[in-house]
Ligand binder design. Structure first.
Ligand SMILES: *[C@@H]1O[C@H](CO)[C@@H](O)[C@H](O)[C@H]1NC(C)=O
Ligand SMILES: *[C@@H]1O[C@H](CO)[C@@H](O)[C@H](O)[C@H]1NC(C)=O
Ligand SMILES: *[C@@H]1O[C@H](CO)[C@@H](O)[C@H](O)[C@H]1NC(C)=O
Length: 396
């Protein structure tokens, strides 16, 4: 009751002031009213009360349901529009835009004919424009290898109505002229220097393989197994509210891990490296930052044999042509255990095992059976990230 009384008194005096001010300015009523009620985050909503909202594990328990999608037109524009893509430039895994391989368009459509449906939980409907606005005030950094790059490109396409490439030097490279960083900025902020809304830094291992220390600007990328990049990124984390990291597919047996060059040594090295990284991050992340470690979906050898999603996952077993994809779930479990042990709300596991069912969605059967086409299952990761971030906003 006292609360209500206060409210009425404040309300009454506000009304008096308001009427006075009304005499001088009639036009601003609407703005006045909305700014009074609208100091909530743009992603805030009431939880749909009767529904069971997805968690990271229940989200991944489900099926790819077939539903022949209708396109406005049987064309690149028609497919972009269905996917909610706002990006008309080309990059490596945009299978439907491969003009030299017209059959790729139909394959891309067939990939989209399957929709991920969790069995027992509800996803909050994806709202890209609100998401973009929220991220403009709470930036997101993605760090990892080319699979994370794929997630970044998907994010760009999904938010392309509002996010655009940031062409200014925002200092995301920490002064390291050898590295590049990809960055998007909300159009509302594009004229402000230093602004990054979504960033991507390519780091195949997240740590320097020589001693598992964080890669530092101008400190070199360290030892690499095969082709790739291991750019510095920890110097940038204080600029981001949300961070998502992943590493896995670039780790292989190596004499660096021990004399036997086997999977056991590899697993031990991975665990040691990630333990050291988490220790560093625990010291360096502020209390309001949130960091997800994404799981590493595996590829499917000879993937041209898959023409529809699996119902039961076909797991790699270490055969020829599978690289060490059989290690990826083991890596996931190392991270999951580390996070559970810490029980620190800043660190969360981000499970995307639903992608393991998409042997049919790979970028170039049979030469690239690890990456997946865009649009495709990686879009669901970004939509799920929206879901997780919205939950954080609701719960805070
Ligand atoms: C991811 O989710 C699926 C489905 O709930 C589960 O079977 C799997 O163990 C999870 N992966 C990890 C690494 O927790
Ligand atoms: C793609 O599908 C359309 C419509 O189903 C069909 O008319 C066309 O022949 C197919 N194109 C190719 C290259 O297979
Ligand atoms: C991270 O933490 C270490 C040790 O506490 C500190 O020396 C370093 O300056 C921090 N780095 C960043 C980027 O916050």
């Amino acid at each position: 009751m006292p609360e209500l009384k206060k409210f009425i008194v404040v309300g009454l005096s506000a009304t008096c002031l308001f009427s006075l001010w009304l005499l001088s300015n009639t036009n601003s009523i609407v703005t006045e009213q909305t700014s009074n009620t609208d100091n909530q985050d743009i992603l805030y909503q009431e939880y749909p009360s009767s529904k069971n909202i997805c968690t990271v594990d229940s989200f991944n328990t489900g099926q790819w349901v077939h539903q022949d999608i209708g396109l406005e037109s049987h064309s690149i524009d028609g497919l972009s529009s269905y996917a909610g893509y706002h990006c008309n430039w080309d990059f490596p895994h945009r299978c439907y835009m491969r003009s030299d391989q017209p059959e790729e368009f139909n394959r891309s459509k067939a990939i989209l004919d399957y929709t991920w449906q969790p069995d027992h939980c509800t996803l909050l409907p994806f709202e890209p424009r609100k998401f973009s606005k929220h991220l403009s005030q709470n930036p997101l950094l993605l760090v990892g290898d080319s699979i994370t790059q794929l997630m970044y490109e998907s994010m760009w396409c999904l938010t392309g109505q509002d996010l655009t490439a940031q062409s200014k030097d925002t200092g995301l490279n920490g002064g390291d002229t050898e590295m590049w960083a990809s960055q998007l900025v909300h159009r509302d902020l594009a004229d402000q220097p230093d602004q990054v809304t979504v960033g991507f830094i390519r780091s195949d291992y997240l740590v320097k393989l020589d001693d598992f220390s964080p890669v530092k600007p101008n400190g070199g990328q360290g030892y690499l197994i095969g082709v790739g990049n291991n750019f510095p990124w920890v110097h940038a984390i204080s600029r981001f509210k949300y961070i998502m990291i992943n590493t896995g597919p670039h780790w292989h047996p190596d004499l660096k891990w021990g004399p036997n060059k086997d999977r056991k040594e590899l697993l031990k090295a991975f665990e040691k490296g990630m333990t050291q990284l988490l220790k560093y991050l625990k010291k360096n992340l502020s209390t309001d930052q949130r960091l997800w470690i994404r799981s590493s979906p595996y590829g499917h050898a000879q993937c041209s044999q898959y023409t529809a999603p699996d119902v039961v996952p076909v797991k790699p077993t270490g055969k020829e042509g599978e690289y060490e994809w059989d290690m990826l779930e083991k890596f996931d479990h190392i991270w999951k255990n580390l996070i559970e042990k810490e029980n620190d709300e800043r660190f969360r596991f981000f499970n995307v095992s639903m992608a393991n069912l998409r042997g049919d969605a790979h970028s170039r059967p049979d030469s690239d059976c690890l990456h997946t086409c865009l649009p495709g299952p990686v879009d669901d990761w970004n939509k799920y990230l929206f879901h997780e971030i919205t939950k954080l906003v609701i719960e805070q």
